[in-house]
Every structure is written in C-alpha cells, then in structure tokens.
Design a protein around this ligand. Structure first.
Ligand SMILES: NC(=O)c1ccc[n+]([C@@H]2O[C@H](COP(=O)([O-])OP(=O)(O)OC[C@H]3O[C@@H](n4cnc5c(N)ncnc54)[C@H](O)[C@@H]3O)[C@@H](O)[C@H]2O)c1
Length: 286
C-alpha cells in the first residue's frame, strides 16, 4: 500500500511497517533481559522475535535460555543486523539461576531496564489427564520463574529509579480454548494477578509491570506443544487454528514483540498493571 491521504477522511495513511524494516530506537540505550529468547523449533517464536525487536530498537539484550544453542541462533540473527547481545544459559525455574541472571546482566551491561519474562511451557490436558507432576512443573516454569526473577531484578531497577517488566501470559488465562490445558491456563491467570499486584506495589518507584496475552500464534511453540492435542497433523492444526481466528489467520511472534516493545518503551509510561490481549479479536468474539 502506498503512503498518502485517504480520500474519504483526509487522514494521512501510512503503509504498515514490515517485519524486517528497521524502526526508530524506541529503547535506545536500554538494557533488556529476555527469557526463553531461543525457540523450541526452527523459525521465530515469541521470545526470539521480542529479543530481535528490542535489539533493533537500540537495546542491548541478554539472551537467557535453558537451551544455549537456541539462544545462540537468536544471537546470530541480532549480530547479523549489528545489534548488541550476549547469551546466558539458565533455567528460570531455578532460584539460583535467577540470581545469576540478574548479577551477570549488571556485570556485563551495568544495569537492567527491561525484563521480558517469556518462558512458558504447555502440557495439554484437562483435570483427568493432568498429573500432579505436570501441575507442579507448569507452575514452576511459567509462574514461579517470574516471581523468582522479578525478586532478583527489581532491586536493581529500584536503585536505578525505574524499569519496565513485560510478562507473557495468554488469552487462555481469561478464556477456555479448544485444546484444554488446565495447568497452563491457571499458571497464565496467575501471571495476570502477579503483574497487577507488583505493578501497584512499585508504581511510585518508576517500575512498570504489564502482562501481554497472546491469542493463537503460529509459532514453533504451538507445533511442539499442541500438535497431538489437535490430532497429530501440523498442517491440519494450523488450518484449524487459522479458522478459529476472526481475522482468518493466526498472529505470529512479531505481533507479540511489537506490543511488548510498546509496553517496555517510554510510550507506555502511564501504563502499568495492565493485561493486554494481542489476539486478532479472538477474545472479543468468544
Ligand atoms: N504461540 C502461541 O500461540 C502462544 C499463545 C499464548 C501465549 N504464548 C506464550 O508465549 C511464550 C512462548 O513463546 P516462544 O514462542 O518464545 O516459545 P518457545 O517454546 O519457542 O520457547 C522459547 C525458549 O524458551 C526456552 N525455555 C523453556 N523452558 C525454559 C526454562 N525453564 N528456562 C529458560 N529457558 C527455557 C526454550 O529452550 C526455548 O528456546 C510462552 O510463555 C507461551 O505461553 C504462546
């Protein structure tokens, strides 16, 4: 679409920004930690897209992942574009690792401005199928990890006079989806409550905390976690998920990244304690 004035309204219409277009330094000079910055499969997941987006917008990025090779793939993509980042192997469900993440970031970059909590796992199943172990693991990886890492990072942000935290939840926190994942849904709902309470606690200290609720996104995460729950055929699953979306298509990692970038940037300086969907109207319809 060419840029120009809309004949009907006279408004200036700009073409949508493409996924590869460099943007405008919206987090220039900032330091970001992105957890789960690799991807469980080939392609661009939510964490990878967010890490690349922060780097494109001028942040120096610490790439945390349990799978070092996955983080290194993201590192290569960022460095290819001239960005500044480094990888750090850690399990965010481990308290000791969370302490190491915060200390290493400050040791390398001197500060922490943005904490992007992306790590999440989904073990499909309702009450019958979900085991106590599935429940505990999901809570530890999806929810306790955010608590642990915030406890380590927030004191640095407080000392600096501020910071922004973006927690990746899911629309499954507020809606029941076709493939039941009970533990996952409850953990993602917990993220919203955590976000709200910590946002209020730190509102007068310049630390903003927001949650992003992605809808159905076509990412390697979905292929890994849900193919079986949709009958085992990836193509059929993706087609079904596209159909379930009011826009006729799923979103992708870049959609999650752009909302996260906005929330992490000064453009969102009066937004804290919010839970925002990026879902192509899925929750609006259900
Ligand atoms: N794709 C969707 O449809 C969708 C929808 C709603 C929410 N989400 C959320 O988005 C996030 C996933 O995004 P993604 O595409 O980056 O996922 P992903 O599964 O590709 O994971 C990214 C990385 O997280 C790492 N990881 C897993 N456990 C870890 C741990 N304990 N410590 C450190 N790293 C760990 C993996 O090694 C992987 O490289 C999750 O929180 C998920 O719940 C996804």
């Amino acid at each position: 679409m060419a840029a120009g004035n809309c004949q009907q309204t006279g408004h200036n219409i700009q073409p949508p920004q493409t996924k590869d277009e460099p943007m405008q330094g919206r987090v220039a000079g900032r330091v970001a930690i992105v957890t789960g910055s690799g991807s469980v499969g080939p392609g661009i997941g939510n964490g990878r897209a967010s890490a690349i987006t922060y780097a494109r917008e001028g942040a120096r990025v610490m790439l945390v992942d349990l799978d070092l090779a996955a983080a290194q793939a993201t590192e290569a993509m960022i460095r290819d574009e001239g960005g500044d980042c480094f990888c750090f192997e850690a399990d965010v469900s481990d308290a000791g690792d969370c302490g190491r993440i915060a200390r290493e970031c400050v040791a390398r970059y001197g500060r922490i401005d943005i904490l992007h909590n992306n790590v999440g796992i989904e073990i499909p199943g309702g009450l019958t199928e979900t085991t106590a172990e599935d429940w505990d693991r999901t809570m530890a990886v999806n929810l306790k990890s955010i608590f642990l890492l915030c406890k380590e990072v927030v004191p640095y942000m407080e000392e600096q006079g501020g910071g922004a935290i973006v927690n990746i939840s899911s629309i499954n926190a507020i809606r029941t989806l076709p493939a039941l994942s009970l533990a996952y849904a409850v953990s993602k709902a917990g993220i919203i409550a955590f976000t709200r309470d910590v946002a209020v606690e730190y509102a007068d200290r310049g630390i903003r905390v927001n949650a992003v609720l992605p809808g159905m996104m076509a990412t390697p995460f979905v292929v890994g976690a849900l193919t079986e729950a949709y009958g085992g055929d990836v193509e059929a699953m993706m087609a079904r998920r596209d159909k379930l979306c009011p826009m006729g298509r799923q979103g992708d990692g870049w959609d999650v990244a752009r909302l996260s970038l906005f929330l992490a940037s000064d453009e969102a300086s009066y937004i804290t304690g919010a839970a925002m969907v990026v879902d192509g109207a899925q929750t609006a319809r259900i």
